[in-house]
Design a protein around this ligand. Sequence first.
Ligand code: SAH
Ligand code: SF4
Length: 361
Amino acid sequence: MSKLNLIGLPKSELETRLQDLGEKRFHGRQLFKWLYSVRQYDFELMTDLSKELRDKLSDSFEISGLKAEDHKISVDGTEKFLFRLDDDKPIETVVIPSEEEDRRPSAGSGRNTACISSQSGCAVGCFFCATGTMGLLRDLTAGEIVGQLMFLRDKYGPSAFSNVVMMGMGEPLLNFENVINAIRIMTDEIGLNISPKKIVLSTSGITPKIKKLAEEKVGVRLALSLHAATQEKRQVIMPIAKTFKLDNLMKAVRQYADSSKLPVTFEYILFDGFNDTRQDIEDLSRLVRGLRCKINVIAYNRVPGLDFKRPSDDKINWFGRELNQKVKAVTVRQSRGRDIEAACGQLAARKFEKDRVSAQI
Ligand code: SAH
Ligand code: SF4
């Protein structure tokens, strides 16, 4: 029988497990610290636990992290890791160096952003997204979510990244419980000790789960993948928009901003000839009026086989400038790592396509 992997268990569950072994609960806390804060994965070397307890632990449990199958580095310094999970499902993790200083994570600038996955594939099926074409393969466990960050720290040290965005594969709010458990491990002072303000959860807009997220009071920043400023337009590119209507969704987003006291980010992919006109700017600025927010204008990253076009650079800059006249914080985000297919919405599809072809043969 395989042993239970401790990575990803909530602190309280570690305490209970220790109690079940006839030990004091506080040893669970010590174990938690070894795993995430010290990153010691050998029970034998957990020196403040008795020899007897260490033996008991290694008889009952294992500590097993992620193994990278592939690693690519972009000309701009962005790095992409492909992991195969224990059941062979693929996920990808991207490390993006800060734009001011194009430095690789290995250089330890400490200003990198780790872009992590919450699911293998995604069921939401936005029409423009490569991950969406895969469908959902499965939810990640909390251990597989935090495992991506542990892998990066093991490889590049404590300054491997300073910010975390859940913008890799998957819809985090459709894997709610595991994502919340992972966030609690990330933000725990004796866990990965990442400030919740440095974590962004990006969602396609699962209204009831945004409300639930506010109730959990985890304090992370919320990003909404908006991409169109009216119900009519949004549902053309995002089928989920038919289920969760824009007016209710915006109410939940405003409530989240109020209760978290943090500005919300709106992601707005520009598609050539679809959502890039003056009228769209009007609609967008009206939609976010009075809300403390930031709008990230993202140029569409082409996905082979999908029927969307990226606007010209002039058009993208014009849109950003004009929108900025009406909404204070607008950034036009340069895609990073496009040459290694690490940019938003490009994840894992290629490798997956290959697998699908070989599976058919
Ligand atoms: N499922 C979540 C988080 C992962 S997607 C969400 O949708 O928010 C992360 C971001 O990449 C989202 O804003 C998504 O809309 C965007 N994205 C998807 N495909 C893209 C593409 N081809 N070009 C640019 N951005 C894309
Ligand atoms: Fe899923 Fe996000 Fe891609 Fe939509 S954009 S299919 S929600 S990963």
